[in-house]
Design a protein around this ligand. Structure first.
Ligand SMILES: *Cc1c(COP(=O)(O)O)cnc(C)c1O
Ligand SMILES: [Zn+2]
Length: 419
């Protein structure tokens, strides 16, 4: 099959089924392989791009669209952007000392426009919606996906419809979706019902699905790997440690690192460590038992962003972790909360519980001897802690109530050994 070529946007790409290799038309609004139901993947003409991208990229500011030659957008005038990507890669010296790691970094994805990495994918997914000329963008979610979709839909002037399971309406979490003007519908059923309905609706010509099945979101998310490579001065880390829910993001990072190698920009590929919560660990089980994934029906964890029993992208993620010689591991909720506090107190980075899972892994498994003190380790802090202030307050010391005079305050501080 020949690569399609377009003016102004990305120049060479094709969309293939990752199971059977069936090519899918790039202007078709499809989410899965029409032949076998497999997940779709986007490929570029890396040989042609290898000669040009380094020069093109060198003059552009860090961010998702810096890498437009490797994004599947055909018309760059349609771009829907609110400043996604270009997040800090923080060298964590104080936390690194605690963990006996000289080169520990945190990629601070909470500083994206709506407070999570989901924005990297939505900027591309919603731009595709404009290309497909659909008006109604839809997802099932109570978390960061809906926050992000609602913002990008608003920016594009499109409708956003969010389906949430009735009775489990955590309105605090949906504050963003509501304020960005999404139509939020509580379905009389559970999350699986909500997802089934959005999948059904999205086959209509005027609806477009932006749940994890959407192949274009991952294309935007892979740019975080390109940024890390650049922020480390043109090298990839030895280890990339990342929380795993639907398993799209870990697959996207791996794709980014593979593409850097295909373009001849890096040789090494990092080992990937996917971290799940013990209460929602289907990929850890499948990995350790060397078998296909069995969905879990009952999942519970404080890290709500990774409270997922049936990860859509598990095949992509399993392939990535195995190819990288990495692993999946789980941590319990106490470890996650402890890691969240430690990251905040040592480095000033407030991430939501899911985003602290990689640090929890390091705190728990540093003594396994897997990682050398000199290795370059990047942990992805996937979302901002302000998304979930309830958890932070619940596990923190409550403020003391003291009489309103400085003597009483001083006495109190002495008692708490602060002065
Ligand atoms: C969505 C999300 C995750 C999980 O990412 P997947 O691609 O579903 O594995 C982790 N952390 C945060 C903060 C998220 O919003
Ligand atoms: Zn197929």
């Amino acid at each position: 099959m020949v690569y399609a070529s377009f003016k102004g946007g990305c120049s060479f790409l094709k969309i293939l089924c990752m199971e059977c290799g069936n090519p899918v038309g790039i202007i078709d609004k499809v989410y899965k392989c029409p032949k076998c139901g497999g997940l779709l993947d986007v490929e570029y003409d890396y040989d042609a791009l290898a000669e040009t991208v380094q020069k093109l990229w060198s003059n552009r500011p860090l961010g998702v669209w810096k890498y437009s030659e490797l994004l599947p957008v055909l018309d760059k005038t349609l771009r829907v952007s609110i400043g996604e990507g270009g997040t800090r890669l923080v060298h964590c010296k104080r936390l690194g000392e605690k963990l006996k790691l000289k080169n520990l970094y945190v990629k601070d994805e909470g500083s994206n426009p709506t407070g999570s990495f989901k924005d990297r994918g939505m900027t591309v997914g919603v731009t595709k919606a404009l290309e497909f000329r659909v008006r109604n963008l839809i997802c099932a979610s109570t978390g960061n996906t809906s926050s992000s979709l609602a913002a990008y839909a608003a920016r594009a002037g499109l409708n956003c419809i969010v389906l949430i399971p009735s009775g489990k309406i955590a309105l605090g979490k949906l504050a963003q979706a509501l304020i960005y003007g999404a139509k939020v519908v509580a379905v009389k059923g559970n999350f699986d019902d909500a997802l089934r309905i959005v999948v059904e609706l999205s086959s209509r010509p005027d609806f477009y699905l932006l749940n994890s099945l959407n192949p274009y979101r991952l294309e935007g998310q892979k740019t975080a790997a390109f940024e890390i490579h650049e922020q480390l001065g043109g090298r990839v880390p030895d280890w990339l440690i990342i929380p795993v829910g639907n398993a799209g993001n870990i697959s996207a990072y791996w794709k980014g690192f593979e593409e850097l190698a295909l373009l001849g920009l890096s040789e090494l590929k990092p080992k990937m460590i996917g971290v799940q919560s013990k209460g929602a660990n289907p990929l850890v089980r499948a990995f350790k038992e060397g078998r296909d994934l069995t969905p879990l029906t009952q999942v519970e964890t404080v890290a709500t962003a990774i409270r997922i029993g049936n990860p859509v992208n598990w095949r992509k993620a399993m392939r990535a972790v195995k190819k990288s010689n990495g692993l999946f591991e789980d941590v319990d909720d106490n470890d996650i909360v402890e890691a969240q506090k430690t990251l905040a107190k040592t480095e000033g980075i407030f991430t939501e519980p899911a985003g602290a899972a990689p640090i929890a892994y390091l705190m728990k498994h540093r003594d396994d001897g897997l990682i050398d003190a000199d290795d370059v380790v990047v942990c992805v802090a996937t979302g901002s802690g302000l998304k979930d202030p309830d958890t932070a307050i619940r596990f923190s010391e409550k403020p003391a109530e003291i009489e309103a005079d400085s003597k009483s305050i001083l006495n109190y501080l002495r008692r708490s050994e602060l002065t």
